[in-house]
Design a binder for this molecule. Structure first.
Ligand code: GRF
Length: 208
C-alpha cells in the first residue's frame, strides 16, 4: 500500500498512522502527504520524518480542472495507490474520488450517519453530540464518495458520553480512539480483507 494522507491541520491521526507503520503494525509505505494549507502543523510532522509533502490548494489554480490535474499528477508521481483523509477540510475533486474508488477513506469523529455532513467538523461535532444528549458517540472510518461523510462505513468504535463532558474533553477521548482505529482500518485494506457490496462493507474474516 503506497499511502497518501490528506490533512489540513494538526495531523495527530497522520502521526498515529505513520507511527503504526514504524512499529510494523501497518504494512504501508508513507508515499505522500497532501495539505491545502502552507501553515498546517502537519507539514512539520512530514518534514521531520522526511516524508514527501505537497501543498495543493484549489485557490492557487485558475480552474477546478487545473487543480484536479495537479492533484492527480502529484498522486501519480509518488506512486500513490491508496488515500486516507485525516482532518482534511476541503472536498476532494470528483475525478480523484472516481479514480481512487474503493481506495479512498476518511475518518469522522462521531458515529455516522449521526453528526456528519457539511459543517460537522472539529468541535462542532462534539458540541452537537452534547446538545442532542446522546449517551454514546465514537469514531467512524468510511469510504469517500461524492458527498460529505456519506460513503459506506468500514469500521466504527463507540465512546461513552459523560455527564460532565465538555466538547473539548469529549474530542480528546474520541481522538484517542481514532488513533487506534485508523491504522487498524488501513491494515485491513493492506491485508485485502475489505470488500464493498453495495453500501455494505464486508470484512473477511469478520472482526467484532
Ligand atoms: C479528527 O477528529 C478527524 O476525525 C477529523 O478531523 C480531526 C483531525 O484531527 N476528520 P488531527 O488533525 O488528526 O489531530
Amino acid at each position: 500500500m503506497h499511502l497518501c494522507l490528506f490533512a489540513s491541520g494538526t495531523g495527530s491521526n497522520v502521526e498515529a498512522i505513520w507511527a503504526a507503520i514504524d512499529r510494523g503494525e501497518l504494512a504501508a509505505r508513507p508515499a505522500l502527504l497532501v495539505t491545502n494549507r502552507s501553515d498546517a502543523p502537519v507539514l512539520d510532522r512530514a518534514r521531520s520524518r522526511g516524508i514527501p509533502a505537497e501543498v495543493l490548494a484549489a485557490s492557487d489554480y485558475s480552474s477546478g480542472e487545473a487543480y484536479e490535474k495537479a492533484l492527480a499528477d502529484a498522486l501519480t508521481a509518488h506512486g500513490v495507490d491508496f488515500i486516507g483523509l485525516a482532518g482534511y477540510l476541503k472536498k476532494i475533486p470528483a475525478g480523484i474520488v472516481d479514480e481512487y474508488g474503493g481506495r479512498i477513506v476518511n475518518i469522522h469523529p462521531a458515529l455516522l450517519p449521526a453528526f456528519g455532513g457539511p459543517g460537522m467538523y472539529g468541535l462542532n461535532v462534539h458540541r452537537a453530540v452534547l446538545e442532542r444528549g446522546v449517551r454514546w458517540t465514537g469514531a467512524t472510518i468510511h469510504f469517500v464518495d461524492h458527498d460529505y461523510d456519506s460513503g459506506p462505513i468500514i469500521l466504527q468504535k463507540p465512546v461513552p458520553v459523560y455527564q460532565d463532558d465538555t466538547p473539548e474533553r469529549l474530542a480528546a477521548r474520541v481522538l484517542a480512539v481514532e488513533h487506534q482505529l485508523y491504522p487498524e482500518a488501513l491494515q485491513l485494506f493492506a491485508e485485502g480483507r475489505v470488500q464493498l457490496q453495495g453500501r455494505r462493507v464486508w470484512i473477511d474474516p469478520s472482526i467484532p
